[in-house]
Design a protein around this ligand. Structure first.
Ligand code: ATP
Length: 210
């Protein structure tokens, strides 16, 4: 369907969560909201094939994702989970390591710095990541993922470890960048202020009933 990136039909997971049919519009900023345990994080994992649905179908650009190569899907649809993982070493080491894992040449120092700035990271590339705060690590992680220039970026509670000022700035920069590059953004957020300010679409997930 035109302009629709993801569409779900009769989707359920593990017999626990039954989703109403959902549509995610291409190029838009969609926020996923709902009570704790309603299945928001699970939905993101279903979208990039990290978890398989127990029933129903997910279409990505009209293609049933169960018929797609999962690695290709995950390269296009990046999930930045709540659990931030960084390697021991400095920021530059981390960029290089993440790119090595994907068999991609590391970006130039200039490009790395550009993404650090976008994510409000006030450090040089040789800053050791092991001693950073949770919020700083999260921003470095987002910067690296964003630099992969995916088609879709999904963020699970991106502001959980950030203070208010940082959350706002990082999300604002990230959305401006995504808009410029035509990247679709899907964000799970518990923060009504961030949601009200930045959402173009709001998708409410409710515990389904039989
Ligand atoms: N891999 C899994 N296997 C089985 N059950 C799972 C799995 N992942 C999540 N669940 C269950 O699915 C339900 C929804 O979890 P999920 O993390 O998607 O909720 P959420 O809406 O993101 O919650 P929160 O807002 O608290 O982060 C929970 O009951 C959870 O225990």
């Amino acid at each position: 369907m035109d302009g629709i990136l993801f569409e779900t039909k009769n989707l359920s997971f593990n017999q626990i969560i039954k989703y109403k049919d959902i549509q995610i519009k291409e190029g838009k900023v969609s926020f996923i909201v709902g009570k704790s345990g309603s299945g928001k994080s699970t939905l993101l994992k279903l979208f990039n094939g990290t978890l398989p649905p127990s029933n129903g179908t997910i279409y990505y650009h009209d293609r049933d994702i169960s018929q797609m190569d999962t690695i290709t899907l995950r390269k296009e649809v990046l999930l930045i989970s709540q659990a931030v993982y960084l390697f021991d070493g400095c920021i530059e080491d981390n960029f290089k390591e993440f790119y090595r894992y994907r068999d991609m040449p590391a970006p130039s120092e200039e490009v790395m710095k550009e993404f650090l700035k976008l994510c409000c990271i006030p450090f040089s590339l040789d800053k050791d990541c092991t001693t950073m705060s949770g919020g700083e690590k999260q921003r470095v992680y987002i910067a690296i993922y964003l630099s992969f220039l995916p088609k879709v970026i999904m963020l699970d509670e991106p502001t959980s470890a950030l203070d208010k000022e940082n959350s706002n700035d990082v999300i604002e920069n990230l959305i401006a960048f995504a808009k410029d590059k035509g990247i679709t953004v899907i964000i799970v957020s518990h923060d009504p202020k961030i949601t009200d300010k930045f959402a173009e679409e709001i998708i409410l997930i409710e515990r389904g009933v039989d």
